[in-house]
Write a protein that binds this ligand. Structure first.
Ligand code: FAD
Length: 490
């Protein structure tokens, strides 16, 4: 079919999501540009370079399906290896030529059937389809502690690690007990560094073995049959082994016992009490410990502090009871704004609607990928994508295959596609109904919105695959482009 104008796609972000869809767009022969505000690919894995970071799912599950890696050094690869793999994919697939680095997208407006995009530097672009691959854990949150700016030594967020600071000979204060705080503390602990971790809310922690891969495993994966078998095994594992998060039952009870046993290696009852969570297993993201955190915290150079922080002083931290602890370095392992999604980009859809407005009451989406009133705009890993119980590349693959079909439809029929309001409400209601049985309700966690509803995928992975297996045309509006767009569904 002849197209009157050049059909174009703009992608924002060159993390794994942006690169994944870039490869698909390239393969489909579609004209596209990826805008990346930093100077390198990798997103999360470019930014998080703190000691002790390992991928929390099997390395083999953290691969692009189009580029297997047979050479992971460990069962759970160290972060630099993940970043090296992502960079290799960008190089091998010749994706860098499509990426404009150091270009932040400031906003986009849907006018006359196309997206008019503006960069922070004031440049403009026009595209038929706008894809946000801006990540859900990419905007660091700093703690709101008085006096933070007054600290005299180096102080940085875990996602902005300052490698110029030597580890040895310094007193380190790690603020935060989530995944990053746990991994940093255990890594510094085993280096023999004087480290204090501020643990306001202890977490359930998965103590796991992380063996090196053998030459035989690496060789075996190169055989197509063995590789396929391995993939099938992994899929089954995700689908079956992880059901405890979704429904109560013996599997969940067994997990609870297992996690309680991990804590039993702590000999000092006071320390054990300090590190025992007061909420149920799985409610928050579970930190993975590759270097036995519970052994590490019993080393003489490690201190766990559960008294609250009152203020930060130039030489250290003042606790709620007035005690002052002196530190040379402070690390804010305080996480990310997981609900910012595409923001602070200023996106305007039909009838002048913006994301801030439509998400004012509640963050929502259709399938985690689209929103009514924002035609031909697709999000990768938007609200309700499976952020907890499945390796991100697998969830992404399902979303991307579906979005690629929508893009082909948009191009061939010369339409802009958006979900209807009714279909979106149905989708959200279906997920809402599933949450009460899951582990994610009943405690404070970063998955949940203002109203306490988690914004992730609460159903089995098969259901996610199934949702994206077929384009439900009855759920979608097809708006002819080239003409003024009709009003959005109310
Ligand atoms: C410390 C840490 C450990 C993690 N470990 C795991 C794990 O083990 N397993 C797992 O499955 N997931 C893990 N995650 C989740 C991880 O974020 C995802 O697996 C995945 O990397 C997300 O990729 P992404 O491309 O969607 O987003 P990101 O990697 O966040 O990439 C987004 C990109 O968009 C760019 N960008 C953002 N806004 C703009 C803009 N306006 N203009 C231009 N560019 C923009 C950013 O610079 C960035 O490069 C972890 C996250 C963190 C923070």
């Amino acid at each position: 079919m002849a197209h009157e104008r050049n059909f174009r796609v703009v992608v924002v972000g060159a993390g794994i999501a942006g690169l994944f869809i870039a490869e698909k767009l390239k393969h489909a022969g579609i004209d596209f540009t990826v805008y990346e505000k930093a100077d390198e690919v990798g997103g999360t894995w470019r930014d998080n370079t703190y000691p002790g970071l390992f991928v929390d799912v099997l390395s083999r599950q953290y691969e692009f399906p189009f580029q297997p890696n047979y050479d992971w050094s460990r069962k759970y690869a160290p972060a630099p290896e993940i970043q090296a793999y992502i960079k290799k994919v960008a190089d091998d697939r010749d994706l860098r030529k499509y990426i404009r680095f150091n270009e932040e997208i400031a906003g986009a407006r849907f006018t006359d059937g196309r997206w008019h995009v503006t960069t922070a530097k004031g440049a403009t672009d026009v595209a038929d389809v706008f894809i946000s691959a801006t990540g859900f854990l990419s905007k660091p949150i700093y703690p709101d502690i008085p006096g933070r700016e007054s600290f005299a030594g180096p102080a940085f967020h875990s996602a902005r690690w300052d490698h110029s600071v030597p580890h040895q000979g310094k007193r380190w204060g790690i603020i935060g007990a989530g995944c990053s705080g746990v991994q940093i503390t255990e890594a510094l602990a085993w280096e023999g560094v004087d480290v204090t971790q501020f643990v306001r809310r202890p977490q359930w922690i998965h103590i796991r073995e992380n063996p090196h891969t053998s030459w035989w495993e690496r060789l075996r994966l190169r055989l197509p049959f063995a590789y396929r078998l391995e993939q099938q095994k992994l899929w089954k594992m995700i689908n079956v082994m992880d059901r405890w998060r979704l429904q109560p039952g013996p599997q969940r009870e067994a997990m609870k016992r297992q996690y309680a046993e991990y804590l039993d290696v702590i000999k000092d009852p006071e320390l054990k009490k300090k590190l025992t969570p007061a909420f149920h297993l799985g409610c928050t993201r579970i930190p993975k410990s590759d270097q036995n955190y519970y052994q590490a915290v019993q080393l003489p150079n490690v201190h766990i502090e559960n008294r609250g922080i009152k203020r930060i002083a130039p030489n250290g931290v003042e606790l709620a009871d007035g005690t002052v602890s002196a530190f040379d370095v402070l690390v804010y392992a305080t996480g990310f704004d997981a609900h910012a999604y595409m923001r602070p980009m200023n996106i305007t859809g039909l009838n002048g609607a913006t994301f801030d407005e439509v998400w004012k009451e509640r963050v929502y989406s259709y399938g985690g990928i689209a929103l009514p009133g924002f035609p031909n705009l697709f999000m990768l890993y938007g609200p309700f994508s499976p952020v907890n119980n499945v390796p991100v590349p697998i969830g992404l693959g399902q979303e991307i295959d579906y979005i690629m079909q929508l893009i082909a439809l948009a191009r061939d029929r010369q339409v802009a596609i958006a979900p209807t309001t009714e279909a979106t409400q149905r989708f959200v209601a279906r997920l809402d109904a599933a949450f009460p049985d899951t582990v994610w309700v009943g405690c404070r966690n970063w998955y949940s919105d203002q109203g306490g509803t988690p914004i992730l995928w609460p159903l089995p992975q098969d259901a996610h695959k199934e949702f994206f297996a077929r384009i439900a045309t009855e759920d979608l509006e097809f708006i002819p482009v080239g003409q003024p767009a009709p009003a959005a569904a109310a």
